[in-house]
Write a protein that binds this ligand. Structure first.
Ligand code: UDP
Length: 310
């Protein structure tokens, strides 16, 4: 197969690129590098089956040659990023998704949308099954991401229903691992970098809010299986093992051996209080299940950040 991956220089896009290449496919990777980094793809410099195209997918996308798949992963994805880049976040989720769907339609390629657990907002159903419609504040600071992704899902289903495009939608829950940026702003990278530098770990609010953290190799395996499946409806992929943010801070301190203190900071607006994927569907339909335990994944991520502190 020959596939287009938007956001290929990002954390998930670059791991996904590696997986498609490892499976013997060809990859065209597209990125405008506003949150992605060429360094994530540096190891592919001499890979003949990989081609990098510098482009903002919110503008018309042109790709030479045939394509069998279009995987739309371009978007700022950290709350800090979409607070700093609200318009770009809205544009890549809406215009970018429209353009990427247009490419898939024109090439007769399968389309794969990277959606998010954020479509559930601050959820009132716990854990979250795909059938839950969510609880999102459209005008809050996170609305730019949540609503763009909800629009992207609607657009994807419209292209499926009205243009007959073969589509898939994944709802990705919190994922971590090597190639996250040190200054990404997300909780796992923040805590690890702070612990390694001996700086205070910034726990927002009381730290009693929960998240369920999936190691990147598990997530990428879920993506690949869903891409290869025939399942059109949205599918949750994430690790259902749920922790409080305070517990995460304590694990990071234990695993790094850091003596850094924990400091409380104000809880950001609309920060979801709980989050845990119901993965019954992924288990049943894809035979998929996460394998990497939090401590093991954190250890691998800590090893990466020891080499990549700026
Ligand atoms: N968080 C925190 N300290 C940090 C960064 C994040 O306590 O330095 C909290 C944040 O308030 C949220 C959780 O960790 O409750 C996960 O935040 P993240 O930005 O990783 O992603 P989210 O799941 O909110 O999209």
């Amino acid at each position: 197969m020959r596939v287009l991956i938007t956001g290929a220089a990002g954390f998930l896009g670059s791991h996904l690129t590696d997986r498609f290449l490892a499976e013997g496919h060809e990859v065209v990777g597209m990125d405008n590098l506003i949150t992605g980094s060429r360094e994530n793809l540096a190891h592919l410099q001499h890979e003949r089956r990989f081609q990098f195209v510098f482009h903002d997918v919110s503008r018309y996308i042109q790709v030479e040659g045939p394509l069998d798949g279009v995987l739309h992963f371009a978007s700022p994805a950290s709350p800090i990023d979409y607070l700093e880049l609200p318009i770009q976040t809205l544009k890549v989720g809406s215009l970018g998704t429209h353009n990427a769907l247009g490419v898939a339609k024109a090439k007769g390629a399968r389309f794969f949308l990277a959606s998010t657990s954020e479509v559930y907002g601050d959820p009132q159903v716990h854990p979250q099954p795909e059938s839950y419609w969510g609880h999102v504040n459209p005008v809050g600071p996170r609305g730019v991401y949540d609503e763009a992704k909800r629009f992207a899902e609607a657009m994807t289903m419209a292209y499926h229903r009205y243009h007959g495009v073969d589509t898939r939608i994944i709802r990705i829950f919190n994922t971590y691992g090597p190639r996250m940026r040190a200054r990404d702003g997300r909780v796992v990278s923040n805590f690890i970098v702070q612990a390694l530098k001996g700086e205070p770990l910034t726990v927002y609010g009381e730290g009693q809010q929960t998240r369920s953290f999936c190691y990147v190799s598990d997530l990428v395996d879920g993506i690949y299986r869903l891409f290869m499946s025939t399942h059109v409806e949205p599918t949750n992929i994430g690790n259902p093992h749920e922790f409080t943010v305070q517990q995460l801070a304590e694990r990071v301190l234990a695993l790094t051996g850091s003596k850094a203190p924990i400091e409380r900071r104000p809880l950001p607006t609309d920060d979801p209080k709980v989050r845990q994927p119901d993965i019954t569907k992924a288990r049943t339909l894809l035979g998929w299940e996460p394998k990497v335990l939090l401590d093991e994944g954190l250890q691998r991520t800590i090893a990466y950040f020891r080499e990549h502190l700026d």
